[in-house]
Design a protein around this ligand. Structure first.
Ligand code: MLT
Ligand code: MN
Ligand code: ZN
Length: 311
């Protein structure tokens, strides 16, 4: 499986247009030392000329244009982009669907709660129906699917029931599969990649979802519960925003350590773990931060946008 990391930033991107925190300032002043980042997204392919993108961000037009494999051709209006997988219905992961309205027949895979949101509170599906002929495919948690003539297997696993702010939280939706993780497997090579840009807790379901993935792209939104306060923003806490911080007891670093400890018991190699969806206030954005060293001890990496992987 070929993988391209198209972006690694949380909602707002990095730097964020209205933010002058020390990290956003550094990215504007010295982008070589503190690289800019597009919204979190990843493209993957198991067949030449056929690609799927996880999450459709506000940067998707640029992300496609930045990536040789995703450029149109060889036909005049032919694209290697065959479809989109959505991990949630958040605006930073769905606004890009509107940018793809010129596409004739994209497949969009998502859980029922996500698809429902996209045809009700954020009615992208009905708006797009007059422009393009998207195929909306429900992929429920706990299920797996095979596409690309059996070459790509997808397992969707439940992550959280946190709905986007615009969708409110009506009682009948509280039990829904609002946030999912995906494990993609190349059925020929056996290589696998797990993607979960939004994680509220690192429970047994998550542990099982990523247990044997070769690569894990995990929620790097916040390092501490109070990242925003630490840079002088009177914002919400990580918990209030539904993102488990990297640090702390039962935080994401702890979770990844537990996954790797179990692998060690079975003499399996540690997962290669990269952060995606890094908020512009996260100290790990700075390469010489103490927090970056803490990540390194757990073999968790902060990588630049554009990274290519053969999985
Ligand atoms: C999130 O990741 O929690 C959302 O994208 C935040 C938001 O857009 O408000
Ligand atoms: Mn987000
Ligand atoms: Zn900032």
């Amino acid at each position: 499986m070929q993988v391209r990391i198209l972006g690694t930033a949380a909602g707002g991107g990095f730097p964020q247009w209205n933010c002058n925190c020390k990290y956003c300032g550094a990215a504007r002043l010295s982008p070589f030392a503190v690289p800019r980042r597009l919204h979190a997204s990843v493209a993957l392919s198991v067949r030449k000329g056929s690609w799927f993108i996880v999450n459709a961000t506000p940067d998707i037009r640029l992300q496609i244009d930045n990536t040789a494999e995703l450029l149109p051709g060889p036909g005049v209006r032919e694209t290697p982009v065959k479809g989109i997988f959505l991990t949630d219905a958040e605006l930073d992961h769905t606004i890009g669907l509107l940018m793809l309205r010129e596409g004739a027949c994209l497949q969009v895979f998502a859980s029922s709660a996500i698809l429902k949101a996209l045809s009700s509170s954020f009615p992208v599906a009905s708006v797009l129906s007059t422009y393009a002929n998207f195929e909306w495919i429900s992929l429920d948690c706990g299920h797996s699917a095979e596409i690309e003539e059996g070459l790509l297997r997808i397992n969707a696993f439940f992550v959280d029931r946190k709905s986007p702010r615009y969708a409110g939280s009506s009682p009948d939706e509280s039990g829904s599969d609002w946030v999912v993780g995906y494990r993609f497997e190349d059925t020929v090579t056996g290589g696998s990649l797990a993607v979960m840009p939004q994680l509220g807790r690192f429970d047994e379901g998550i542990m099982a979802g990523v247990a044997d993935a070769d690569y894990i792209l995990v929620d790097g939104t916040f390092f501490y519960e109070d990242d925003l306060h630490r840079v002088g923003i009177a914002g919400r806490t990580a918990f209030q925003m539904g993102h488990l911080p990297l640090s702390g007891e039962n935080g994401i670093i702890d979770g990844i350590n537990r996954v790797n400890a179990r692998r060690l018991l079975h003499e399996k190699a540690r997962a290669k773990t990269f952060l995606i969806h890094i908020n512009n206030t996260n100290p790990v954005l700075s390469a010489d931060s103490e927090e970056r060293k803490i990540l390194a001890e757990s073999a968790i990496e902060v990588v630049d946008d554009g990274l290519s992987l053969s999985v």
